[in-house]
Design a protein. Structure first.
Length: 486
């Protein structure tokens, strides 16, 4: 079992979870609730950083115990602390039986160095996940190492609205889709109504701004594939980084026009997502762009506001709003040095059951892998609408890692490029940057150079990898690129 040194940890940080959905769950995580234990105990030790999964996992562990399974001792970490805890546990040979990968390295590396190992799913589970498992992501040498519990059909840029304010401005809050012109018209009428400013955003949260921009660029027609979060988004036709493409620049200009017209709450320049949501829920603005988890946060923190929620897809030039994400990764991994292989296989099998998906849906956070479970869960109407929007408009994009696991090694070798996409968006929208296209072109070029250097280094070690692994000429945005197409 290889220990990961600090230099490697920093170099591989680009592969830490970066999706908005993961960020949302992490933002509400807590400090450890219970102590960890040696993998050789009679029970199963389980570490994760998903505080919102408390009810779903408790139900799963109770079901496991009811079927005669061992007790599960769960520890919930703040994500900022979990990486260090895993490092310390690894060096002392005390990793838990199950953990989420916050080592800061790709899962392929943990498989390669023997840190994590395969699990045996029961027949029902194998059937349930047969169509969502991908080699290099969940399968390694054909063996299951992890299962996805969340759906790839999601993004972080839904248009969440104050129903009463939108109706007072003469618009339909149940429209479900808005073109850029329709969004501007709504903002203009909200401003004229005088009840509140139209839009609040989280300009101080650069990572989220990068996610918003990537979502909007896709909705503006830019097809993308993902090798590692938004920083790994590339053009499927060429494999190139295209953050300077028209769809990105036009999306930035769209957001900039809203600011220039006075539709943004001025305080947005200093707000992160939590603070922006508070201002929105308090009635300071009518519109807030956020992911599906927004409904769950409102239910937990602003319960009286929940019935007033309305939601539409992200705004797009034509109102179609098509987006795509790569295969959803598995969240939980088995410690290969653990003696709890059978128990962990049974637990991972339970992760694929409809009851667990329904429990996930009830959180109104990230949508479960089985979107059908939402219809049987006790969720707000606005959350159910958000999932319907995803079902209709979010598709499965190709993954270079699923084609060649060595892509993960390449991405791990790349140094981080700054300013990144979110910081460029932040600077341009905040008025500190004048030429967005030039800054985005510099970013694309720097990523291209970093990747080529990493490809050369990995190839020199005898691993087969090249730019061709990023090229998917047969992919079109709006199509699902399933496992049969690799």
């Amino acid at each position: 079992m290889a220990t990961i040194d600090r230099r490697r940890l920093l170099a591989l940080a680009v592969l830490a979870p970066t999706t908005a959905a993961t960020a949302a769950a992490c933002s509400r995580s807590s400090a450890p609730e219970t102590g960890g234990g040696d993998s050789g105990t009679a029970g199963v030790t389980w570490w994760d950083h998903f505080d919102p999964l408390e009810n779903a996992l408790t139900g799963l562990f109770d079901a496991f115990a009811a079927e005669g399974g061992a007790a599960v001792e769960r520890t919930v970490y703040n994500p900022n602390d979990m990486g260090q805890a895993l490092q310390l546990a690894q060096t002392s040979s005390q990793l838990p039986d199950v953990f989420t990968n916050l080592f800061g390295v790709p899962s392929t590396s943990l498989v390669a160095d023997g840190t994590v190992g395969p699990v045996e799913l029961d027949d029902e589970a194998q059937q349930a996940v047969a169509d969502v498992l991908f080699e290099g992501i969940h399968l390694f040498d054909g063996k299951v190492h992890s299962v996805p519990i969340f759906s790839h059909q999601q993004h972080s840029t839904l248009t969440w609205m104050n129903r009463e304010m939108v109706e007072a401005a003469g618009h339909d809050p149940d429209v479900r889709a808005l073109s850029w012109d329709e969004f501007r018209s709504l903002c203009a009428d909200l401003a004229s109504s005088g009840t509140a400013l139209p839009w609040v955003t989280n300009l101080a949260f650069s990572d989220r701004m990068g996610e918003h921009l990537t979502d909007l660029a896709q909705a503006a027609g830019q097809a993308l594939v993902y090798s590692a979060g938004i920083s790994g988004a590339t053009d499927p036709a060429t494999g190139d980084y295209v953050f300077h493409a028209d769809a990105f620049v036009d999306s930035l200009e769209f957001l900039k026009s809203l600011i220039s017209d006075g539709y943004m709450l001025p305080a947005s320049t200093s707000l992160d997502a939590r603070e922006a949501r508070v201002r929105w829920a308090s009635g300071d603005a009518a519109i807030f762009l956020d992911g599906p988890w927004n409904a769950g946060v409102v239910a937990g923190q602003f319960e009286d506001f929940l019935p007033n929620l309305a939601v539409a897809n992200l705004p797009s030039p034509d109102g179609e709003g098509v987006t795509a994400r790569g295969p959803a990764e598995g969240q939980f991994w088995w410690n290969a040095a653990s003696d709890q292989a059978d128990a962990v296989g049974e637990l991972f099998s339970l992760l694929t059951r409809p009851d667990f998906s329904a429990a996930l849906a009830a959180n109104m956070d990230q949508p479960p892998a089985d979107l059908d479970a939402v219809s049987s869960a006790d969720v707000a109407d606005s959350y159910a609408t958000a999932i319907d929007i995803f079902r209709e408009n979010c598709f499965l994009a190709p993954s270079p890692v699923a084609r060649n696991a060595a892509v993960g090694t390449v991405i791990a070798r790349m140094d981080e490029v700054r300013p990144n996409l979110g910081e460029i968006a932040q600077g341009y929208l905040g008025g500190d940057l004048d030429d967005a296209r030039s800054a985005l072109k510099t970013y694309s070029d720097a990523l291209t150079e970093e990747r080529q250097n990493a490809i050369d280094a990995v190839a020199a070690e005898g691993t087969e990898v090249s730019l061709a692994d990023w090229v998917f000429e047969d992919y079109r945005l709006g199509d699902d690129y399933d496992a049969t197409k690799y």
